[in-house]
Design a protein. Structure first.
Length: 136
């Protein structure tokens, strides 16, 4: 099956059950294939097996920057570094080094709480390279 014609697969990692439910229902209604997790994949190989077109990632789990730690491992992997990441966090003030590194990795971000239209716009920005590859 040609993945470029299949619905985009979005992996959502967030520890908030209500938000996971919103992501799952809303993104499915928008035509995306969605996998939701209450935690971070502990192994980058697991992400590779899931083969998401985009990861929506909360940066803070139980008060720790666990999402950022995962992002470091993901972006260090030659196989997984090209997967776009949309960070979605309530941590409005992040360390300047964290923000600088996320910019270097070209991660997009939205802040919780977010508007669903803003979420869709961010998803479209992140998935634009995939769409260009499908038409090019």
């Amino acid at each position: 099956m040609d993945r470029t014609n299949a619905p985009a697969h979005i992996l959502v990692c967030d520890d908030d059950p209500a938000l996971r439910s919103i992501f799952e229902d809303f993104l499915a209604d928008e035509g995306y294939r969605v996998t939701v997790r209450p935690d971070i994949c502990t192994d980058v190989d697991e992400v590779i097996r899931l083969a998401p077109d985009l990861i929506v990632l909360d940066l803070v789990f139980e008060g720790q920057l666990t999402g950022f730690d995962f992002l470091q491992r993901l972006k260090a992997s030659p196989t997984a570094r090209s997967i776009p990441v949309l960070t979605c966090t309530a941590a409005i003030v992040l360390d300047e080094d964290v923000e600088r590194q996320m910019m270097a990795w070209e991660c997009d971000s939205i802040t919780k709480p977010f508007d669903l239209d803003a979420l869709l716009a961010a998803l479209e920005r992140c998935l634009a390279p995939r769409e260009l590859a499908a038409t090019g």
